[in-house]
Design a binder for this molecule. Sequence first.
Ligand SMILES: [Mg+2]
Length: 130
Amino acid sequence: MKNKIIAFDLDNTLCQPIKSNHENKLVPKQLLKLQPYKKHIKVLCDMKKEGNKIIIFTSRYGPDEIKDATRKWLKKHRVPYDEIIWNKPSYDMLIDDKAISAYQGGLSSTLINTFIDFNENKIAKEKAKQ
Ligand SMILES: [Mg+2]
């Protein structure tokens, strides 16, 4: 599979979750210290190597220092990406027809490929009915 657009969440998907402080503000120094989730980063790298476009999708809001620290962290941990989208909404649950949980079932490149194949077959069948 290639030429797909695959969006990865950042916090608690590619790195440990951010501990919020009493002001609920992001601190660039703290962002740089977040531990990477290496298994998930490997999945991202596999998808990139296969020729897919990788988008990092994050709800990190704040000044340019936050964006700079985020880009530095991604570089430090060798996370390849094509684009970062900063305006992900904050939510407690995401309901989406194209979402894969980073945890339920264990995220893997195989799972992502299977999921995309399944969705493409489903769409093709629906088009054939029309
Ligand atoms: Mg997250």
